[in-house]
Design a protein around this ligand. Sequence first.
Ligand code: 3PG
Length: 306
Amino acid sequence: MKVLVATQKPFAKAAVDGIRKIVEENGHTLALLEKYTETAELLAAVADADALIVRSDKVTAEVVEAARKLKIVVRAGAGFDNLDLAACTAHNVVAMNTPGQNSNAVAELALGLMIFMNRNQFTPGTGSELKGKTLGIQAYGNVGRLVGQLAMGFGMKVLAFDPYLPSEKIVATGAQVAPSLEALYENSDFVSLHIPATPETRGSIGRNLVSRMPKGGCLINTARKEVINEDELFDLLCEREDLRYVADVAPDRAAEFAEKFGKRYFGTPKKMGAETAEANINAGLAAANQICKFFATGDRTFQLNK
Ligand code: 3PG
């Protein structure tokens, strides 16, 4: 079988080497399409691929249709808003992700961004510490729980809101349960977002929630830029000169945010939460193993389009 790794944002070399080893040891061949800029390149490369590994690369209906031999696509990572699951299902393509494999990298970045913002983006001036501050975590999944754990290590009080998780599971980690999403924002110096981008969450973080934050509040977004209502957030930051926003990845209106809000805003130019060698290796190798297991035994653990 031909396994194609198609990554606009390539994996670390160690991850690619590891993927190749797994694929070849299982009797398959590996093809690489890295740093491509045109969809046409992806369409051509998938034409004879039996399996596909991607990161945030968009696997649209057009891509699935062009991939006539495709049997499985694995998103090496957690968020799968880049996969057209309906198109995969329509073409009998199994779609999977690799949940948890890059969570630690994202969680560490969330903490790093908090320190960065509380230390004036590493420019001269008096900053403040994380110890004693309250961190609100919106969605307590693989990343959210790790962020909570790291924050507790810094002596922060952790509040969490997750409607899909029983309260006991949150409490067992040492975090407190916010009774509502509104209460999470009202009681947190920092709010860290760990929600996926879905039709329900897109544009859901705006004035109604962020305006509830106490003085000096800071919103940390290492989830998806699409969950933010950028216009509302922009207007709110104009009105409330104490509020701050830090984003991985930068909003569409990044230039305006940077110009208007100075050190109250920071956005990464490219999504870098999972940009560590460890995360690349964990997610990339997991994707390769999942594909080989699928071909060998039909295993469909982590299938998304059931
Ligand atoms: C994820 O959903 O796993 C992260 O956002 C990582 O995305 P990336 O592989 O494009 O860096």
